[in-house]
Design a protein around this ligand. Structure first.
Ligand code: C5P
Length: 223
């Protein structure tokens, strides 16, 4: 039988992009595939955790043994995460849109209206920062990602502090790395003690390594 080091623990995982509507037929999105987040949800479940995966729109099947909640927008993703509390673990792997369109049009914008439309944007809630600051219902371990294109470690360490999370998995998504939408990932793991460079791995291997680290963390804090 497989070891279940996270039996009795619960986890929330966010994954995929968000879609922010412009009008009834158009939206703003990004190139996230959801592969890393879904792999983490599946690995945590295999380790025995009760997992709620809050996923934006992806082409992926719902992972086996995971309760999957499907959302579109950042606001819906935040609401679903808050509904899933309390949890021992939160892993925010979603590529949440930073902005949404303020005053989304109720009808399809028409190109023959005589003028070009302009979009006014509003900032979306930061789900990772919000979960890190939920006070008495804060998950014991909050993990975020930092996709950077330069000064990866420096930016990611600053991000860990700013967001208030415990661990950051930083990756280089500059052009040519193929990380976004691809199968592989090269992670710099950051906690309060410093950083470790993980070898170039598949996203499934990153999920396994993270799950082992989480299990070790809880083994150390549990008697
Ligand atoms: O600030 P930045 O988008 O680089 O931070 C990335 C981390 O924050 C990821 O873990 C991502 O899932 C999370 N995030 C979030 N909500 C946002 C923006 C980012 O949870 N609105």
């Amino acid at each position: 039988a497989q070891a279940k080091p996270l039996a009795g623990r619960s986890a929330i995982v966010t994954s995929g992009p968000t879609h922010e509507p412009i009008d009834p037929v158009r939206y703003i999105a990004n190139r996230s595939s959801g592969r890393q987040g879904h792999a983490i949800a599946e690995a945590l479940a295999q380790a025995g955790a009760a997992v709620t995966l809050v996923s934006g729109p992806t082409r992926l099947a719902d992972p086996a043994g995971v309760e999957t909640v499907h959302v579109e927008t950042a606001q819906q993703m935040l609401d679903a995460c808050l509904t899933a509390l309390p949890a021992d673990i939160a892993v925010c792997a979603a590529a949440v849109a930073d902005w949404r369109v303020s005053g989304k049009a109720d009808q399809k914008l028409k190109k023959d209206s005589g003028s070009l439309p302009s979009l006014a944007l509003t900032e979306n809630p930061d789900i990772l920062a919000t979960l890190s600051k939920t006070g008495s219902t804060r998950p014991a371990l909050v993990v975020g990602f930092a996709a950077e294109t330069e000064a990866v470690l420096e930016h990611a360490m600053a991000k860990r502090k700013r967001k208030g999370c415990d661990w950051i998995l930083a990756n280089d998504v500059s052009e040519g790395t193929g990380t976004f939408g691809g199968d592989r990932n090269r992670i710099h793991f950051i906690d309060e003690n410093g950083h470790q460079d993980w070898p170039d791995s598949t996203k499934v291997e990153v999920a396994t390594t993270l799950t082992e680290k989480i299990a070790a963390h809880f083994a150390g804090t549990t008697t």
